[in-house]
Design a protein around this ligand. Structure first.
Ligand code: ATP
Ligand code: MG
Ligand code: ZN
Ligand code: ZN
Length: 290
């Protein structure tokens, strides 16, 4: 994939048709990786034969005329790749949804399936991603809900990937049970690696610029989980931070469950979008069996 429409980095040959001048590309079909990988483009790579580091920082080459080490032609592009990899790594995006972008999502065929809910959500995501840095635009989170396999986690992660690549923003993905509630409970165990780090986990999720809370609503109802979730949402609400939630339940259900304080904050912080499309996982498996 040519990344030149998404990112402003130009560390390659401006005339290069493969990378559009970026200096690296997203290779989508890499063995052993569903997500693909960022790779140095040939327009930089062929000139990098002299590079002593050969893919390892600090990417320097010996210049005989000046009798000293100088940055190789690959230097900036390799550092840019590393920076994006670190941002994506720190965002905790699950491998399946890494390096997925708006343009790589299947919008389906409306002649076969007249349901437009996924297109509505995609359009909304598109506007958020493009206008994110416009001074007049007030970004609003979403509360994306619907049946299993309707593409909620994918769409939320696509927004994260787009924001990371377009603006270099610090983002975080958290599955409500695994990365938040269980992660906090683990910190109470004296033999756990994260022992005593409860506040650190809470603060990290409360303060990151953009946060996905995935599978909101699967957590077991308890005073502990309701209080922890309320504190997290309230903290992001007070700081006006962008939060993207996915759930199998509607927002209204939170009010019905007696969680009016969570409900009213989410109602204000997010746009509720229901995905009515069918299970994409079934489509995968039927394609595989034909
Ligand atoms: N429109 C789409 N284009 C391409 N792939 C899709 C699309 N929608 C879903 N998928 C793929 O189908 C699978 C299921 O999607 P996803 O995990 O986003 O579903 P979900 O709504 O989060 O389901 P659950 O409620 O079970 O968590 C994933 O592998 C995802 O990449
Ligand atoms: Mg999901
Ligand atoms: Zn190139
Ligand atoms: Zn080099």
């Amino acid at each position: 994939m040519n990344l030149s429409e998404i990112i402003s980095v130009r560390d390659g040959n401006p005339q290069c048709k493969t990378c559009g001048g970026v200096g690296f590309t997203l290779v989508e079909h890499v063995r052993g990786s569903r997500a693909g990988a960022l790779q140095l483009c040939h327009c930089v790579g062929t000139d990098c034969n002299t590079c002593e580091a050969k893919g390892q920082a600090p990417y320097l080459t010996f210049d005989r005329s000046q009798d000293k080490m100088l940055p190789c032609v690959c230097h900036n592009a390799r550092f840019a790749i590393r920076n994006f990899e670190i941002l994506v790594e720190n965002a905790n995006i699950p491998p399946r949804y890494k390096f997925q972008f708006l343009s790589t999502i299947d919008l389906g065929d409306t002649n076969l399936d007249p349901d437009l809910s996924f297109i509505v959500a995609h359009d909304w995501a598109n506007e958020l991603v493009h206008k994110f840095n416009d001074p007049s635009f007030v970004p609003q989170g979403f509360y994306l809900w619907g049946g299993t396999g309707s593409g909620k986690t994918l769409l939320a992660c696509v927004i994260l990937n787009e924001l990371i690549f377009r603006y270099g923003i610090k983002c975080k993905y958290a599955k409500v049970n695994k990365d938040f509630l269980s992660a906090i409970r683990d910190t109470y165990q004296t033999d756990s690696e994260t022992h005593g780090q409860e506040r650190f986990i809470e603060r990290e999720l409360a303060n990151v610029d953009v946060l996905i809370i995935d599978d909101f609503g699967v957590q077991k109802e308890s005073e502990f989980s309701n209080r922890k979730l309320y504190d997290l949402i309230d903290s992001r609400y007070e700081q006006d931070k962008l939060t993207l939630l996915t759930s199998n339940h509607s927002l209204e259900e939170w009010r019905e469950r007696g969680q009016g304080r969570i409900y009213s904050r989410l109602k204000e912080m997010t746009k509720e979008i229901q995905l009515k499309c069918s299970d994409y996982r079934m489509k995968f498996s039927s394609e595989k069996s034909t």
